[in-house]
Design a protein around this ligand. Structure first.
Ligand code: CTP
Length: 399
């Protein structure tokens, strides 16, 4: 049976992109019902959507015939997913506070289906702590937020606030229906972020890892129905609702947490950028500035992934990462063998769109004898791809 997508279009310049999205979703076989805010009709006409969807576009709750007054309830009941494209700062603020003063917000409040918010707005509005807090509330209510991209905005500014690309939005909608319960009953352990190795009470050595890759995998695993534990080094990301969070600082602490958790897991994904070395001694007091050059001795941290490779159970699937700057696949293959991973995700720090602080990644997946190079994609989408591959590998292991 056709899935019904309710597409809420609000009044931002990106509203015109909702027409292309509508057309793409219809080609994919979805039934699309469009609800617009009054402001949205200033940017694009309802007729465009009516022609594409062959349904009336709903704008005002009470404006038309008698049955319109309950239309929002019947549409809300029929919706398999409700997606806001673009979602303005104003509408985001309204939905998280339960305001229902037009057809769109009323139906949104009445709908119990999966909800996806695709913000698009000026960078300053997006970065405003009020908007950020509202988006955080969206996540807490279980709505999925597809982060806007960075780029040149209609207002002339450059920054984050550009509607996520339509391909990403479509892929996410597809995944709502395909991958929904793929990991039901599975336990997934993810490590994310950097570790910090103290030198004294004031200083540490660390790396540029943002934690975004690991957090995206944990979110994807949760959305696919898994019971997820995320062991995180120090990052600037919010905890994920529904995921068991364990916060650690050093590689040693991460190792201890992993040892506590790994035995009962189906999938273990080591996305963390673990420091290879720590200071041999941590000064109890602040080290004072003295000679022009100083020497510190570092000792090797235990390799957590290698430990897991040695101790994993036959049905567990282990995923490692390798970030390289040269000979990417050669180094990655060697790492995969040495650490006994079932799957290894190799990325090149020098490749555009890959690496630490980005929301996207470009990787080569190594598993069995396969070397699969994936196109540039959002870390969340990549997370889904990795997890799907791990399901496949576990099924093969179990025969
Ligand atoms: N890793 C780990 N414990 C460590 C170091 C690395 O678990 N002490 C894991 C990482 O989480 C990642 C993989 O090993 O999944 C590869 O990390 P990387 O730093 O690329 O590998 P190294 O073995 O440290 O190799 P090198 O630094 O020489 O490239």
């Amino acid at each position: 049976m056709k899935k019904t997508i309710v597409l809420g279009v609000t009044g931002g310049i990106a509203a015109f992109k909702a027409a292309q999205l509508t057309s793409n979703l219809i080609k994919k076989g979805y039934d699309v019902e469009v609800i617009m805010t009054k402001n949205a009709t200033e940017f694009i006409t309802p007729l465009t959507f009516e022609s594409l969807t062959r349904h009336n576009v709903m704008i005002d709750t009470f404006e038309k015939v008698a049955d319109r007054s309950v239309k929002h309830i019947s549409i809300a009941k029929r919706a398999d997913a409700f997606i806001l494209v673009p979602a303005t700062a104003n509408v985001i603020a309204k939905i998280v506070h339960g305001l229902a003063d037009d057809m769109l917000t009323t139906t949104f409040l009445a709908a119990k289906c999966k909800k996806v918010i695709c913000p698009a707005m000026n960078t300053n509005m997006y970065e405003n702590p009020i908007t950020q807090q509202n988006l955080q509330l969206c996540r807490q209510y279980g709505y999925h937020v597809i982060e806007p991209d960075s780029g040149y905005l209609a207002c002339g500014d450059t920054g984050q606030g550009k509607l996520a690309d339509l391909h990403t939005i479509e892929q996410y909608i597809d995944s709502l229906f395909q991958d929904h319960a793929l990991l039901k009953g599975k336990r997934v352990l993810v490590t994310a972020g950097p570790t910090q190795e103290a030198l004294d009470p004031v200083r540490f050595i660390s790396n540029h890892s943002s934690g975004k890759m690991g957090y995206s995998i944990a979110q994807a695993a949760y959305d696919m129905g898994a019971e997820v534990t995320l062991i995180s080094g120090p990052v600037n990301l919010s905890s994920i609702d529904g995921v068991t969070m364990i916060h650690v600082t050093s590689a040693k602490e991460m190792m201890e947490a992993v040892k506590q958790e790994y035995a009962t897991q189906d999938f273990i994904i080591k996305a963390a950028a673990v420091s290879d070395y720590r200071a041999e001694t941590i000064s109890q007091e602040k080290r004072k500035k003295q000679a022009d050059t100083i020497q510190l001795t570092f000792v090797k941290n235990e390799d957590i992934l290698a430990y897991l490779g040695q101790h994993k159970k036959p049905s567990q699937v282990l995923c490692g990462f390798a970030m390289e700057t040269n000979h990417v696949v050669t180094f990655a293959k060697e790492k995969m063998k040495r650490k006994q991973c079932d799957i290894l995700i190799a990325n090149n720090l020098r490749q555009e769109g890959a690496g630490f602080q980005h929301d996207t990644n470009v990787v080569t997946m190594l598993y069995e004898d396969v070397e699969e190079t994936l196109p540039l994609m959002k870390k969340y989408t990549l997370g889904q791809e990795i997890l799907k591959k791990m399901v496949y590998l576990q099924e093969k292991k179990k025969g």
